[in-house]
Design a protein around this ligand. Structure first.
Ligand code: CA
Ligand code: CA
Length: 229
């Protein structure tokens, strides 16, 4: 049937041309299965320490550890690949550095797009100190994202991504995403839609190696004004 032939060709082009249609190598990057697939490592304790948890992002306010200290958090609506359409996200709120999520991923030599979405709740945004979120793939360390010092703002899902080259074939490369507080108390952050996907080698644009770029500024929702909790 001619119709089916045309449809197959179109699907092939989409896969070749966009990370959006390739495979997410991260297990449970949507956090819809809680922390399954991830190893959580905490390096802090004491006053201001709160364990990283997975909470529901359905807009309904709940107290920690089931919610973001009373603020209803909307589901991740940032633009970008691998939309999960779910209602779970991981929540980092400790004021004591740091908390990291790690999993090992088989990577062959080549180019990869890595990304995640972040959301700073109003209560966390009102905390006086900044915090960072960053990623490492094997020996590659990305410039940390400042959660309060950038345009992410409060109560807004923002997409971050970068393109990275893995020079040598690596098996079971540890891939880590790390939240670090820079003071007490520090900004909180929710993270969702973590992905790593193979992409074609960049040819003509300035490489963004080891540097995140916010890509959702033009698309972000108008900030909601919520009363401080
Ligand atoms: Ca999710
Ligand atoms: Ca905090």
């Amino acid at each position: 049937m001619k119709f089916l032939t045309v449809a197959a060709v179109a699907a092939g082009l989409a896969i070749a041309g966009s990370a959006n249609a390739s495979v997410n190598l991260v297990t449970n990057g949507s956090f819809e299965d809680g922390l399954n697939g991830w190893t959580l490592i905490s390096t802090g304790s004491g006053q201001g320490y709160s364990p990283t948890v997975v909470i529901t992002t359905d807009g309904i306010g709940r107290g920690y550890p089931n919610g973001a200290f009373g603020e209803g958090v909307a589901a991740d609506d940032a633009a970008g690949p691998f939309q999960d359409n779910g209602t779970k996200a991981v929540y980092f709120s400790s004021d004591v550095p740091g908390e990291s999520l790690t999993q090992t991923i088989n990577l062959s030599a080549g180019w990869y797009e890595v990304g995640f979405d972040a959301y700073v709740p109003q209560n966390g945004y009102n905390n006086p100190n900044d915090a960072t979120f960053t990623a490492t793939i094997g020996t590659n360390v990305w410039a940390p994202v400042l959660l309060k010092g950038t345009s992410i703002g409060a109560s807004n899902w923002m997409h971050y991504s970068a393109v990275v080259n893995v020079a040598d074939a690596q098996n079971n490369v540890p891939t880590s995403f790390t939240f670090s507080a820079t003071g007490f108390p520090a900004v909180d952050v929710l993270v969702d839609r973590v992905y790593i996907a193979a992409v074609p080698e960049p040819m003509t644009w300035t490489l963004m190696i080891m540097g995140f770029g916010g890509a959702g500024a033009a698309l972000r929702r108008q900030r909601r004004r919520l009363a401080a909790i």
